[in-house]
Design a protein around this ligand. Structure first.
Ligand code: ATP
Ligand code: MG
Length: 556
């Protein structure tokens, strides 16, 4: 069962609820602030569910804001993919998409404000010198020799930086806070850098770019964000976040709260590492069904509901933890079991000839798409020659295989008749290649009149009227539980057998389904019509997940 603990039980929702009750805020405003330097992954889904979820729950707004202060690493493809992913998960951002770059003018004004107040200075130390001056966790830093430049000199130098008169790295603008602070983030942090880079939103307008720290809180303030929720690694940045808000004439003062990142075992969730999997062509792209990206999970056949349920299940805590990937798989399976239509596909075909039917027998049978949901009915052809799975026939009866088909024994064809095996043929290698059988009259939806009831039910398709389909069978991308937490390179743990492509035979209705339709292929697993490659003439389905967690249990 999916644990649908109401979101209000998480600590962020509790804070919001208390702030609303105490009248501290009138309307809650949150934001999801991705950097468009890669595709979103399952960890981002947690942040999306939290930020959009809390806003939704308390009648507030959640903004989608691109944190776009690193033009060299960002691009439009990522922006488009991120918007798609958020929409696909079922969330709606308030107003237009926003960009931190929309605020570059304001941020520049605020940088000037700090300079005029004597709280920022242009520093010419090289990166290496700056590191030396910065001190260590146990040792205070030293003031930069440029720290006491006059306001006029700083204004003039900063203007020259803006006009492109200095090379990249020649100088930076720093906030003047405290080089002896035990919090390294407060040791005169950089607020502007020279980057002679074209920006996807602002073009060539700027050659100086604000740092993340100088951008984030002020963007929150401009947008009237009330609760700025981020992951724990920003906890140490909170004093700086608050320092900027306290020292600038901002329109409001948002508060930052931190929660634990999602880490999933058998998975890497770092955009840099995911990008190297794409760049080194270990996978077919960011949306490869083996990727833990939202678009990868989508292509794999995970549903938005299953991902949202998973995020509810794992909850939100103040500490980082490792989540068992089986929880995600459970959420997917649970949702698909409840909601995915059923269909029959034979993967290892064994031909059965039902000899008491005429050669041209063609009967249309039908069955509901789902055992207990109103998903309609599909029709499929029943013919003299059918395919069943090779594993469902045994040459000899044994107690272990008593549900199987053997000569002299009966089996029920799912949604069809009972048949009895009368004989079989083998090839030179000793494999059974053909089974001969008799149809037992009057057994469509009824037990045989003679009381000799079949023990098992098998899936099947018409041998002459089924459609050939490509199946892409995916397994975990990594064969190590913590691929990026060892001494070695995470790439060493890529599972080389994580994709297998096979051909299977499907009931005809499957060819015509829309891409991204989810199914349970009865007794085989959950599959989805591939979002990109599935077409009526060339059906392609991806394995989403097996029927049960323990493969051994799927044997019957
Ligand atoms: P990466 O480290 O993979 O590059 P990031 O944190 O730099 O990711 P951003 O685009 O800055 O990526 O993230 C947008 C938001 O998503 C941030 O608020 C961040 O805290 C959150 N986020 C990123 N990764 C996770 C995660 N694993 N679990 C929960 N939230 C996450
Ligand atoms: Mg980030």
């Amino acid at each position: 069962m999916t644990d649908t603990t109401p979101i209000s039980h998480n600590f962020v929702a509790k804070i919001v609820q208390d702030d609303l009750a105490a009248g501290k805020v009138g309307k809650v405003v949150t934001r999801f602030p991705p950097e468009p330097n890669g595709y979103l992954h399952v960890g981002h889904a947690k942040s999306i569910c939290l930020n959009f979820g809390v806003a939704e729950q308390f009648g507030g707004d959640c903004h989608l804001r691109f944190d776009d202060t690193n033009p060299e690493k960002e691009n439009q493809e990522y922006i488009d993919a991120i918007k798609d992913d958020v929409r696909w998960l079922g969330f709606h951002w308030a107003g237009d998409v926003r960009y931190a770059s929309d605020y570059f003018d304001q941020l520049h004004q605020w940088a000037l404000h700090l300079i005029r107040e004597g709280k920022a200075y242009v520093c010419d130390l090289t990166a290496e010198q700056a590191r030396e001056y910065r001190g260590t966790l146990t040792e205070a830093g030293r003031n930069s020799p440029y720290r006491d430049r006059s306001v006029e000199e700083n204004l003039a130098l900063f203007e020259k930086m803006r006009l492109g008169e200095f090379d990249e790295g020649a100088c930076v603008l720093r906030a003047k806070i405290d080089m002896a602070s035990p919090n390294m983030n407060l040791r005169d942090p950089i607020i502007y850098r020279i980057r002679k880079a074209y920006h996807h939103q602002t073009g060539d307008k700027w050659c100086i770019y604000p740092t993340y720290d100088f951008t984030h809180g002020q963007s929150d303030a401009i947008e009237g964000v009330t609760h700025s929720v981020c992951t724990l690694e920003f906890e140490d940045h909170r004093p700086l976040y608050e320092w900027f808000l306290a020292n600038l004439p901002v329109p409001c003062v948002p508060k930052q709260y931190e929660f634990g990142r999602l880490n999933l075992d058998y998975t890497v969730t770092s955009k840099r590492k995911l990008k190297s999997l794409v760049d080194q062509q270990v996978v077919a792209g960011w949306d490869d069904p083996r990727m833990p990206t939202i678009s990868g999970m989508r292509r794999r056949g995970f549903t938005p509901r299953s991902i949202r349920n998973f995020c509810d299940m794992i909850g939100v805590t103040r500490s980082d933890g490792m989540v068992d990937i089986a929880m995600l798989e459970h959420a997917v399976r649970d949702d698909l079991n409840k909601n995915a239509p059923r269909a029959m596909v034979v993967m290892k075909p064994l031909k059965v000839i039902i000899e008491n039917l005429p050669d041209d027998h063609l009967e249309t049978l039908s069955a509901p798409y789902h055992p207990d949901q109103e998903l309609g009915v599909r029709e499929f052809p029943f013919t003299r020659e059918i395919f069943i799975d090779q594993d469902d026939f045994k040459e000899e009866y044994s107690k272990k295989f008593k549900k199987k088909f053997t000569p002299g024994k009966r089996i029920r064809l799912r949604h069809s008749y009972v048949i009895e095996a009368t004989g079989y043929d083998k090839d030179d290698a000793g494999n059974v290649v053909l089974v001969r059988a008799q149809l037992i009259e009057g057994t469509l939806g009824e037990n045989p009149a003679d009381g000799d009831n079949p023990k098992g039910v098998v899936h099947w398709v018409s041998a002459t009227h089924s459609v050939k389909t490509e199946l892409r069978l995916y397994e975990r991308l990594f064969n190590h539980q913590m691929p990026d937490k060892t001494d070695g390179d995470f790439m060493e743990f890529v599972n080389k057998d994580s994709l297998q492509v096979i051909t299977a035979w499907a009931e005809p209705a499957l060819a015509g389904v829309a891409p991204e339709s989810n199914f349970q292929f009865e007794r085989e697993g959950y599959y989805v019509a591939d979002r990109c490659d599935h077409a009526a003439e060339t059906p392609v389905f991806n394995l989403t997940i097996g029927l049960r967690e323990d493969k051994a249990l799927t044997q019957n």
